[in-house]
Design a protein. Sequence first.
Length: 183
Amino acid sequence: KGENTASLGLYIKDLKTGKVVFESNAKKALIPASITKSLTSATALSLLGSDFRFRTRVTLDNYRLSKGRLTGTLTVHATGDPTLESEFFMDNRGFCDSIARRLAERGVREFAGTITVEDTIPDSGQVESWSIDDTPWDYGAGFYGLNWKDNTFLLYPASGKSKPHVPDLKIIKHRNKSVDLKR
C-alpha cells in the first residue's frame, strides 16, 4: 500500500566531478521522514564504521612567537563535523578551550594573529526546499563545513538581541490586527 501513496525524491551527485549521477523528484518539496535519518545513519555506519570520529584540524601558518605573544594565521580546517560543541555530544565540547590549552602549553599568553576557517565542502548551506516549519529541527539546519553548537542561537525578540551575537540580524515585528467577530 505504501508504495502507491508515498513520495520519494532522490538526488545523487558525484562529489569529485560535480556531475549529477541520478535524480528523481529532486525539485519536489517533500515532507522529510524519520526513516531518512535511519537510512543515513545505516549508510554512515556501513561506509565509515562504528569507530569513525570527525576530526577538525587546527594549524598555524606564518607564525612567530615572541615573549608569549603569538602572531600568524590560525586555520580551522572544517570537515562537516555536525557534533562540534554540540549540546547532544558532551565529549565534543571544549573545542576552543583545547586550542587555548595547546597554545598555552607552548608558551603562548597572547594571540594577536588571524583566525580563518577553511571550508572546502562544495554546495554547503541552507537547504532551499524545506518548509519554514522544518528549520528549527536538526534535519532542517542545512549542511555546512563548519557547524558550531548545533548551528543555533538564542533570540530575544523584545530586545532584538541574540546569544551569541549575530551580526546584521534584523528583526521585523508585525502586529496582527484582530477582528472582532461578535455580532
